[in-house]
Design a protein around this ligand. Structure first.
Ligand SMILES: *[C@@H]1O[C@H](CO)[C@@H](O)[C@H](O)[C@H]1NC(C)=O
Ligand SMILES: *[C@@H]1O[C@H](CO)[C@@H](O)[C@H](O)[C@H]1NC(C)=O
Ligand SMILES: *[C@@H]1O[C@H](CO)[C@@H](O)[C@H](O)[C@H]1NC(C)=O
Ligand SMILES: *[C@@H]1O[C@H](CO)[C@@H](O)[C@H](O)[C@H]1NC(C)=O
Ligand SMILES: *[C@@H]1O[C@H](CO)[C@@H](O)[C@H](O)[C@H]1NC(C)=O
Length: 952
């Protein structure tokens, strides 16, 4: 056996020697040389080997290898396709001198890194060169002009830096040039106007700057040009109007200013024009109606003024018209209603006025209409849904009037309906049993009458229903409302609703119930115990009576219970002591008796949560044993608080403090306070005063996001951040802040409230006692503790990405933004704050309406995932590897793992080693260079928990 084995290996060695020396043609040899340079962990080139014992016949072995294409006689290699093979490493390509006949070279979808090998430019027969989706870096080397036959150069998504390669413009045959998604800097060279045959140019998503060269107007052959997501200076050169073949022009997100040149109207082949997210001013050129081929027009998020040109009625192919977020005004031309192809009409956040065109919807297959936040009046056009495909109708914050029939009575295609904050009246003609897909209905703040439609309980997909603020509505809460399987939010405050609360037979997914200021009577049904997901229930200002059901105390997520101003009696159930989720129990102005549980969190709710119950005692109200004690022996400071906390006095004191404040500061805009549900109530003045007692307001520098701690009269310490805001974005800003304020999760710090005037805002956050990760990263810690931190961060981030709607990107995830509570549970701090500072909001109404992430939000989410990967590495290595996402990608994992095992003192414990390996693997995935290769946070969390991801 032994001898045989030995003999065999000698033979093997001999045959290999033979092959290497005499049998291999130069091409196959060169490819084997190339293979030896590459990192091929998946052995995708395993068939690249020379069969032993076969004699050469002038043919090239390699012709049968995967990815290799030869000419008909197998005498030369003309194509090499190594795409999508998980290959990596940096290539020298010195072997490539053998491949002068090569026509197609495809290296895309791999992880090649380092400089682009110069040898490629020796392949002068190349017609297509695809190096896209790799990690090539450094400057794009000179010499490309030698590829005289090149037709396609695709370098999409790499890490090139430095200037765009000028030489390329000499390639007379080049039709496709894609250098998007790298880090190219500097201006687009004016020489790029001299391409002879170029049809497709994609330079988006680099760091390009400077002004757009007017020479580009000379590109007469080009049909597709995407150069946005860079930061240029100046405006759009009018010469672009000479690019007569252009069908697709995208310069979005590119910092362009000035007005839209009227010459663009000459682009009569143009089908898509995307100029959104710039600073364009002036009017839309009147002649745009000449671009008859136009199908998608997006000029949103600019500073465009003036009306929609009447000539738009000529745009017979227009399907998408997005002008939202501009300063436009005037009426919407009647001609818009005649456009036969129009599907999506987005003109929200402008100053449009008058009535919508009477015929809107009659001639177009309208699917999505958003005209919210304008000054429209009049009725909803009667035919808006007549084609039966309308699924989003968003009209909120206008002054529409009249009733909803007949426009919406039979609109069975509708999915989202937002009519809030208008002057609609009449009965609600919606037959929910005929609206199979409806998920979101907001009719709040109108003048509807006639009650909630009784068949509401048949809207099986309904998730959100809000009718609050229709004071004349009346009626009752339809039976079985709580049975709706997907309903999450039910709001009907201030609706004149009477009757009792229907029993909670099924209550599967409800998390918010708001029914304050109605005429409800009877008891709060104990079947509330079925609402296991309930987070907030507000029943204030009704006539409800009976005891507070102790079942409330065992609901696992319930944080806010407002029962104030009712006729509840009996004690506060003692079970509330053990609630881990409760933040506010407001029972003020009822007939509650007994004592307030002594747990600290009841005290921090403040006395306003308990006042108005003569038979109730205990902190924060007067103590139960003797009501005078507190006035007797305690320090006068305490006395002051007690006095302060009596509502009437607070008003007076507040006013006088405000007076002092104005006196000191000079006249300023009035301060307002928003507090998010669940926090111990406090007022503007509490906050302002807590500053003035420590430092002056100006001591908090603006725009730096620096933190100042302040102690409020209720005794809690908050951290305060100051932002300055511009008048224009204020509305959006407060909308975004509200989203942040409503994001509640045990791995997030809470935004407690917001104190603002027209110039600035102070954001008040929970202040956690145990420092941040950056202070504690070097601490020696058991693996289990580290694992808990990683999981906590992942959970918090996953919540922001997947459970907030719209998703909130964190934007600035780093170890100084991860803070610890008493139990060393990590909380993410400052989520979304970066966007507030910058005044850019990734997740506001625009994308909320689409129901999906906008591409800008996606980019931010992917960045978060990347940061999560880096932080995980940091935790794994006790802070040794920071910002190491890119540098570890090429490294062999075994080496890293050995280091990490020793850093964590794991020894030979197999189960811990396995866990560490898993966590490291997730860090690797999250820091992949191409965003779309990274797992979602949901998948990352599943992976971390040891489950397989379900989607990818
Ligand atoms: C292939 O071989 C045939 C016959 O030997 C010859 O006529 C032809 O030119 C060759 N083609 C190429 C592309 O070399
Ligand atoms: C390169 O390969 C990828 C993946 O197989 C393919 O999608 C792409 O079109 C190829 N590039 C060229 C220029 O043919
Ligand atoms: C390109 O080819 C020339 C001559 O054919 C050779 O001298 C040079 O080294 C080659 N360049 C590279 C980078 O291989
Ligand atoms: C549009 O093109 C026509 C001729 O094709 C030319 O006469 C006219 O000046 C151009 N208009 C603009 C605004 O460039
Ligand atoms: C809305 O329109 C009604 C009459 O159509 C008018 O009385 C009311 O003042 C308007 N409201 C606003 C806020 O413009």
């Amino acid at each position: 056996m032994e001898i045989f084995h030995c003999l065999y290996s000698n033979l093997l060695a001999a045959s290999m020697f033979f092959v290497a020396v005499s049998a291999v043609d130069i091409y196959s040899e060169a490819l084997l040389g190339l293979k030896s340079e590459l990192i091929d962990n998946h052995e995708s080139l395993s068939d690249w080997s020379v069969p032993s014992g076969v004699n050469p016949s002038g043919k090239i072995y390699a012709c049968s290898w995967s990815g290799v294409t030869c000419d008909v006689n197998s005498t030369s290699i003309i194509g090499l396709d190594l795409s999508m093979r998980n290959l990596g490493g940096s290539m020298s390509l010195k072997q490539f001198n053998a491949f002068t006949e090569l026509v197609d070279l495809n290296l895309s979808y791999n992880s090649f890194s380092g400089q682009l090998p110069l040898g490629i430019f020796n392949l002068t027969n190349l017609r297509s060169l695809d190096i896209s989706r790799n990690n090539f870096s450094g400057h794009f080397p000179g010499g490309a002009s030698r590829l005289r036959n090149l037709v396609v150069l695709d370098g999409f998504s790499n890490s090139f830096s430095g200037p765009l390669p000028v030489q390329l413009s000499q390639l007379e045959n080049l039709k496709v040039l894609n250098l998007a998604g790298s880090y190219f800097k500097g201006p687009i060279p004016s020489q790029y106007g001299s391409f002879k045959s170029l049809e497709f140019l994609h330079l988006a998503g680099n760091f390009l700057s400077g002004s757009l060269p007017s020479e580009m107007g000379k590109l007469k052959t080009i049909t597709h040009m995407e150069i946005g997501y860079n930061s240029y200076q100046g405006g759009i050169p009018w010469q672009l109007g000479n690019m007569s073949k252009l069908q697709y022009l995208d310069i979005a997100g590119a910092n362009l200013s000035g007005s839209i040149p009227k010459e663009l109207s000459n682009l009569t082949k143009l089908e898509s024009l995307f100029l959104f997210r710039n600073q364009l001013t002036g009017f839309i050129p009147e002649d745009f109606g000449l671009i008859v081929s136009l199908s998608s027009l997006d000029l949103s998020d600019n500073l465009i003024s003036g009306p929609i040109p009447a000539s738009f009625s000529e745009l017979k192919n227009l399907r998408l018209m997005s002008l939202m977020y501009n300063n436009m005004n005037g009426m919407v031309p009647q001609g818009i209603a005649e456009l036969p192809s129009l599907e999506t009409l987005l003109i929200w956040n402008n100053y449009f006025s008058g009535m919508l065109p009477e015929n809107l919807g009659r001639n177009s297959n309208l699917k999505w209409v958003d005209v919210s936040t304008n000054n429209f009046i009049g009725k909803i056009p009667p035919d808006i849904c007549s084609r039966g495909v309308l699924y989003k109708l968003i009209l909120f914050s206008n002054n529409f009037t009249g009733d909803l029939s007949p426009s919406l009575s039979n609109c069975s295609s509708i999915v989202r309906l937002r009519l809030e904050d208008n002057s609609f009246s009449g009965e609600i003609p919606l037959k929910f049993s005929h609206l199979p897909d409806i998920t979101y209905v907001d009719l709040s703040r109108n003048q509807f009458t006639g009650g909630i439609p009784t068949d509401l309980s048949q809207a099986y997909k309904l998730q959100y229903f809000n009718i609050s603020g229709n004071p004349e509505l009346g009626g009752v809460i339809p039976a079985k409302t709580w049975n709706l399987p997907l309903l999450q939010n039910f709001s009907a405050s201030s609706c004149g609703i009477s009757g009792t609360l229907p029993p909670f037979q099924v209550c599967k997914s409800i998390y918010v119930i708001e029914l304050s200021m109605n005429n409800l009577f009877g008891a709060l049904p104990i079947s509330i115990s079925k609402c296991q997901t309930l987070e907030s229930i507000t029943l204030a200002n009704n006539n409800l009576s009976g005891h507070i059901p102790e079942e409330l105390a065992s609901l696992p997520a319930l944080g806010v219970i407002d029962l104030s101003q009712n006729r509840f009696s009996g004690p506060i159930p003692t079970k509330f002591r053990y609630s881990s989720s409760l933040q506010l129990l407001n029972v003020s102005f009822n007939d509650i008796s007994g004592s307030i549980p002594s747990e600290k969190f009841f005290r921090t709710m403040g006395s306003s949560a308990f006042t108005g119950n003569p038979k109730l005692c205990g902190s924060p109200l007067q103590s139960c044993s003797g009501s005078m004690a507190i006035f007797g022996s305690k320090a006068t400071g305490k006395l002051i608080w007690v006095v302060l906390l009596c509502a009437g006095v607070v008003m007076f004191t507040a006013l006088s403090i405000l007076g002092i404040f104005y006196f000191r500061r000079g006249i300023r805009d009035q301060w307002k306070m928003i507090s998010y549900s669940g926090l111990p109530r406090f007022t503007v003045n509490d906050v302002l005063r807590s500053f003035s007692s420590t430092k002056s307001l100006d001591a908090i520098p603006s725009m730096s996001g620096s933190v100042c701690k302040a102690v409020l009269p209720t005794g809690i310490t908050v951290s305060v951040k100051k932002i300055e805001w511009k008048a224009k974005k204020m509305e959006d800003l407060s909308e975004f802040i509200t989203q942040i304020g409503n994001a509640r999760h045990k791995n997030l710090t809470r935004l407690l409230g917001l104190c603002y005037n027209k110039q600035m805002a102070y954001l008040l956050y929970d202040c956690l006692p145990n420092g941040s990760l950056v202070e504690r990263i070097g601490m020696r810690r058991e693996w289990a503790a580290k694992y808990k931190i990683v999981m906590g961060i992942a959970r918090g981030l996953c919540f922001l990405h997947h459970d907030c709607y719209p998703a909130i990107p964190h934007g600035d995830l780093k170890s100084s933004n991860i803070v610890f509570d008493e139990n060393m549970e990590p909380h993410l701090a400052e989520f979304g704050f970066k966007y507030l500072l910058e005044g850019s909001f990734p997740a506001t109404s625009s994308n909320r309406e689409t129901g999906e992430f906008s591409s800008a939000t996606k980019v931010e989410l992917y960045k978060d995932i990347y940061s999560f990967g880096e932080i995980t590495l940091e935790i794994l290595t006790n802070g040794r590897l920071t910002n190491a996402g890119a540098s570890i990608q090429g490294k062999p994992r075994e080496v890293l793992l050995t280091d990490i095992y020793s850093e964590n003192e794991v020894g030979s414990s197999n189960s811990i080693q396995e866990e560490i390996k898993l966590v490291l693997e997730v860090a690797f995935l999250c820091t992949r260079s191409r965003p779309y290769d990274r797992p979602s946070m949901e998948d990352a969390l599943k992976l971390l928990s040891g489950l397989k991801p379900q989607i990818k």
